[in-house]
Design a protein around this ligand. Structure first.
Ligand SMILES: [Zn+2]
Ligand SMILES: [Zn+2]
Length: 236
């Protein structure tokens, strides 16, 4: 059987909303607009979704959303703009379970959601995330320990650092590996090593793991890299 090759055009960026960095955040963040980007990957077996964006505004989120001026977008609407129905999604994963990446998981009862075991444990610690939309009735999580092929030519690899069970998606695309790195690398600027880039290294929960994960991603020799907090991919 011929290997499955996915075209770069089968990977669709989903703009899931914006926020404004709080004024007390260090340079170069304070006052800037931040973005959250999820991705849909069309493949012969269906549509694989990587991240679900911010949770919709809820009473428990009012304070946090006001502080960060969070402007969430509805996943069904964003998918619709890309010509994808929410019912077309056959499986999904989140880079990690913070509420800006896993906030609309509850749209997918009965659909497999791939999560690293360490991330699932972290999400159930106090003050980690907004669990209501993550650990929901009908949820069908598949807990992983390490690399996992979710469909031919598409695999999850652990990239801890920002969070304990962070993972990235490696796609065997025509021309070379295409990486969806979520928040393993914060931005295009961080990937290319700009001094004043918005970068995740300095705020990572585990800086050593973060650096090792970036090294692992670079060793994959990617042809293209797409980020969870930057609309600009590499190369741009
Ligand atoms: Zn996070
Ligand atoms: Zn994030």
């Amino acid at each position: 059987m011929a290997p499955v090759t996915i075209r770069a055009t089968d990977v669709v960026a989903l703009p899931m909303g914006e926020f404004t960095f709080a004024p007390d955040w260090p340079y170069p963040y304070a006052g800037q607009t931040g973005v959250v980007v999820a991705y849909a990957v069309r493949h012969p077996g269906g549509v694989f979704l990587f991240d679900t964006g911010f949770a919709a505004a809820a009473p428990d989120l009012v304070e946090f959303y006001a502080r960060w001026a969070v402007r969430p977008r509805d996943l069904a609407e964003v998918l619709g703009e890309a010509g994808i129905g929410i019912g077309d999604v056959t499986a999904l994963a989140n880079c990690h379970l913070h509420l800006d990446h896993a906030g609309q998981n509850d749209r997918f009862p009965g659909i497999p959601i791939h999560v690293q075991r360490l991330e699932w444990a972290a999400a159930h610690e106090p003050d980690y995330t907004f669990l209501e939309t993550i650990d929901f009735a009908g949820a069908s999580y598949e807990q992983l320990e390490g690399d996992h092929e979710v469909a031919p030519g598409i695999r999850l690899v652990p990239t801890p650092g920002h969070s304990p069970g962070h993972q990235s998606l490696v796609i065997d695309a025509a021309g070379g590996p295409l990486l969806l790195v979520g928040q393993a690398v914060y931005s295009h600027g961080e990937w290319i090593g700009l001094d004043d880039a918005r970068e995740g290294a300095s705020s990572a929960a585990d800086g050593q793991a973060y650096a090792s994960s970036v090294a692992r991603l670079r060793a994959l020799n990617p042809k293209r890299v797409l980020f969870g907090h930057d609309r600009r991919g590499w190369p741009s």
